[in-house]
Design a protein around this ligand. Structure first.
Ligand code: ADP
Ligand code: MG
Length: 327
């Protein structure tokens, strides 16, 4: 349904997008994941015809976006990073305006009301967009993308700036839309793509570094499961015990937290949930564990892991370690 081939975009000396290729099949929900500045928006803007590419091609449903932009765009609904809302219009005026702009042929009233039901903005249909909350504005942005019932919907950072409740609502909405559309969700938030997408394309510094099933990416991430535990007892002996424990791949003391306890960083082997065995091992020695916290995995670590995986190289312990300490 979507095919991107050797896409490149340069801004002066900057190669914002550097030779990216991937495909999205009909009905798939694919995450496009990368840190800020990775080139996500630039790629999405080229894919949707908002921006021309320096080289390479993007086709939607077999139609080249640059050669036949009108036809290609009819098949895409796009929610850009900054939704193009007209604040002085009511929701009704705005959606009608978009309807005309897209030259939509569907039954106007019925189609627009249906969209409003789906994105749940019916109750603000007559209100000025200016006066809506950020969450509602985002929904109106999504409604705009749905006008004309496009096969493909592309979201660029759809939950940025929303509060946690709104984030959940928008994610649910995207999931629902994914049931009968092809969806690309571009974001820098790993849990967001893992929660919604079947496959994840990872981009960093303009380059594609992974294109895998979500489970596969999760497995790599899980390989980075790190715990910070507070343990009461003799530091050296505890360290020694932890280092020998099966399932623990790395351990270090982070220092004293309270008078009689130290904090330890523990990394477990991929796929191993070390928490229970750890509890029993410590209990055996009579060392109380008085705190346990899972450390978040940052994207940088995931990228390193994926890069290493791609290179078939071993995990770069030293680099990863210094990342942890820096945090
Ligand atoms: P993302 O959406 O992943 O945060 P962007 O696609 O917005 O990343 O940006 C990728 C890179 O291109 C960044 O280094 C950014 O500074 C640069 N860039 C984006 N737009 C422009 C522009 N119009 N002119 C110059 N550089 C740009
Ligand atoms: Mg962006």
């Amino acid at each position: 349904m979507i095919k991107i081939e050797n896409l490149v975009k340069t801004y002066g000396d900057i190669r914002a997008v550097d030779n990216i290729s991937f495909e999205v099949k009909e009905g798939e929900i694919v995450g496009f994941l990368g840190p800020n500045g990775a080139g996500k928006s630039t790629t999405m803007n080229m894919l949707t015809g908002y921006l021309s590419s320096t080289s390479g091609t993007a086709t939607i449903d077999g139609i080249n976006i640059l050669e036949n932009p009108l036809e290609a765009k009819k098949r895409i609904g796009f929610l850009p990073e900054q939704p193009p809302l007209y604040l002085d219009m009511t929701v009704e005026e705005y959606l009608n305006f978009i309807y005309d702009l897209k030259g939509c042929k569907l039954n106007r009233r019925k189609h627009l009301l249906e969209i409003c039901e789906v994105v749940r903005i019916t109750e603000v249909y007559k209100r000025l967009i200016r006066n809506l909350s950020k969450g509602y504005k985002q929904r109106v942005g999504i409604a705009q993308a749905l006008v004309g019932n496009p096969k493909v919907i592309i979201f660029d950072e759809p939950t940025v700036g929303l509060d946690p409740k709104q984030i959940v609502e928008i994610r649910n909405l995207i999931r629902t839309l994914g049931k009968n559309h092809t969806v690309i969700l571009s974001t820098h938030i790993l849990p967001e793509v893992s929660a919604i997408c079947e496959r994840i394309v990872v981009i960093n510094k303009g380059k594609l570094i992974a294109n895998e099933k979500t489970e596969e990416i999760s497995r790599v991430v899980e390989g980075f499961r790190r715990l910070c535990v507070k343990i009461v007892g003799p530091k050296e002996e505890i360290l020694d015990t932890l280092k020998k424990k099966e399932g623990i791949s790395y351990c270090e003391c982070l220092g004293a937290r309270e008078a009689d306890s130290n904090a330890y960083l523990i990394e477990s082997d991929p796929g191993v949930d070390i928490r229970r065995p750890l509890f029993f091992a410590l209990a055996e020695h009579g060392w109380p564990m008085i705190g346990e916290e899972t450390m978040s995995t940052n994207l940088e670590d995931v990228f390193l892991a994926l890069l290493d995986k791609n290179d078939e190289r071993k995990k770069k312990r030293g680099v990863v370690k210094s990342n942890i300490i820096a945090r």
